[in-house]
Write a protein that binds this ligand. Structure first.
Ligand code: FES
Length: 157
């Protein structure tokens, strides 16, 4: 998932999406599959998807930028998502987020200078009763504060 990986070749992208061509509405599953492999949707995927699905490049681009789940750039080694939805905000989620962003020296969607952590917003993790909620590399955490997030990130690295 780190940014030092070379850009994938069109053939590699075709290999990943080939099993999905028979699906109805295959673009989203293809984008998920690509992101699963490379950690983001590389620029090189846009013309391949447009060609395979007979779509305009702008259409493919539009879908990538519409869905918050898709990234068009590589992430850090760890991805921290902090819930910004209402229930978590009402129990201090905003302060947790601000403190964590300040400590890491990044803004939303930013990656720390050492490439260790990317911080992204998420809008409900299904843990509303245990907010503020967050997720580190797919592992959900309830009742977090900034100190716990720092400790969890430390433990993950
Ligand atoms: S509002 Fe944060 S987990 Fe639902």
């Amino acid at each position: 998932m780190q940014s030092t990986a070379p850009a994938p070749l069109p053939e590699e992208i075709r290999d990943v999406i080939a099993p999905l061509t028979g699906l109805e509405g295959p673009l989203l599953p293809m984008l998920h599959a690509i992101q699963e492999v490379w950690g983001h949707v590389p620029q090189a995927a846009v013309p391949v998807l447009a060609d395979v699905l007979n779509l305009g490049r702008a259409e493919v681009h539009g879908v990538i930028s519409f869905y918050h789940d898709f990234r068009d750039h590589p992430t850090g080694r760890h991805v921290l998502k902090i819930c910004r939805a209402e229930a978590c905000q009402s129990v201090g989620g905003t302060a947790v987020a601000q403190e964590t962003l300040a400590r890491l020296g990044v803004d939303w969607h930013g990656t720390t200078a050492d490439g260790a952590v990317t911080v992204e917003p998420v809008y409900c993790l299904g843990l509303c009763a245990c907010g503020p909620a967050a997720m580190i590399d797919g592992r959900v955490l309830g009742r977090v504060d900034a100190a716990r997030l720092a400790a969890e990130l430390e433990a993950a690295s």
